[in-house]
Design a protein around this ligand. Structure first.
Ligand code: PHE
Length: 378
């Protein structure tokens, strides 16, 4: 700003000359009229009323005029600024009205449209995988059988050749219903009931009900006293298979498992049996599945690690074996005439490596966001 100067000639002060003020006023009004959106108008407002706006600068120069000239210049500039302010307010109002009208049209909600108030749920992937497996066996002539989850100790253990002092009967692993028999006092007998620790008791039930020959699979829920974490759950699911007929051998068992592996995991995927022990099968084996992703190619090749099998080439899948003749006898089947095989797999485990599910807890929390991506299989 220039310093006050009594002998100052107002004509010399460029910014407050009538022509200049009129031009700035006209420019500002034109810019305001040209703004087509509220954002644009905001920018124009800063340009025409901000500290560096021409009329604001002119206003500041008034003080530099001789006193006689100040009133006239002040009035002119004041009027110009007032006109700009009014034009801004009017344009603002007009653009807001435009926007409101547009929003009403663009964001209109048709409240008469039907709305799916109860979104459809989804099938749990465990159910889907269970049915897929059962279907493979049904196609081979197996029936699907069922057994109770609250099971008699006799079916869960005794009929399956678990000795009375077998460690798995211990409270560590088994949920006993209303107390394990202690052999003493009022609990001497216990309830005799457990939450089944595997689906194998259905083998005994099926043999007792139907006799031989029989081909059956039994998927279902099982229980063990594990803590819930990413790889353990006290409630899990298995599928049991049982075939009892004349002349069945371990070759039939292996062929059946390989067929299942092919049907589920792709052509050419084989299984491998490793010697193991189960009281109800003899001989017994653990079943490994050839890694259906790398087919073993990742083994010893650090450049191509496989997430599915951890570069092992094989995935632990379940247990199997030839039905122990003692089980056949306990279930009224003549072991001289019949032989059989059985197998059992964990469904959660299968789902984990089949679909790369990292955390078992996802399977039991019941969140439809986990379930939906698996889609529907009919
Ligand atoms: N029941 C066994 C388990 O839960 C699995 C199995 C089933 C083993 C049938 C052999 C035959 O570990």
């Amino acid at each position: 700003m220039s310093a006050p100067n009594k002998s100052y000639d107002p004509v010399e002060v460029e910014a407050v000359k009538p022509d200049e003020v009129a031009r700035h006023r006209a420019d500002a009004l034109a810019a305001i009229a040209a703004a087509t959106s509220l954002d644009e108008l905001h920018q124009v407002k800063i340009a025409v009323t901000g500290d560096r706006a021409p009329l604001a600068l002119a206003n500041r120069e008034i003080g530099a005029l001789p006193p006689a000239a100040r009133a006239e210049a002040g009035k002119r500039i004041g009027e110009a600024r007032g006109a700009v302010k009014t034009a801004l307010a009017e344009r603002q109002e007009a653009l807001e009205a435009d926007r409101d009208a547009r929003v009403l049209v663009e964001e209109a909600v048709d409240v008469t449209l039907p709305w799916d108030r109860a979104p459809r749920g989804a099938r749990h992937p465990l159910t889907t995988i269970q049915e897929r497996i059962a279907d493979i066996f049904v196609a081979m002539g197996y029936q699907v059988v069922d057994g109770p989850e609250v099971e008699a100790e006799w079916y869960n253990f005794d009929a399956l050749n678990f000795p009375p002092d077998h460690p798995v009967r211990d409270l560590q692993d088994t949920f006993f219903v209303a107390g394990k028999s202690t052999g003493e006092g009022q609990d001497a007998a216990g309830s005799g009931m457990v939450l089944r620790t595997h689906t194998s008791p259905v083998q005994a039930r099926t043999l007792l009900e139907q006799g031989a020959p029989v081909y059956a699979v039994s998927p279902g829920r099982t229980y063990r006293t594990d803590e819930l974490d990413a790889t353990h759950t006290p409630v899990f699911s298995q599928i049991e298979g049982l075939a009892v007929d004349e002349g069945l051998t371990m070759g039939d068992l292996k062929g059946t498992l390989d067929h299942w592996a092919n049907a589920m995991f792709g052509d050419g995927v084989v299984t491998r049996l490793r010697p193991h022990f189960f009281p109800f099968t003899e001989p017994s084996a653990e079943v490994d599945l050839q890694c259906f992703v790398c087919k073993g190619a990742s083994v010893g090749d650090p450049d191509n690690p496989c997430r599915t099998c951890g570069s092992e080439g094989w995935i632990e899948w379940g247990g199997c074996g030839m039905v122990n003749p003692r089980v056949l006898v306990a279930c009224g089947v003549d072991p001289e005439r019949y032989s059989g095989f059985a197998f059992g797999m964990g469904l959660e485990r299968s789902l984990m490596f089949l679909n790369n599910v990292q955390d078992m807890r996802d399977m039991i929390e019941g969140d439809v966001r986990f379930t939906l991506p698996f889609g529907m299989e009919i």
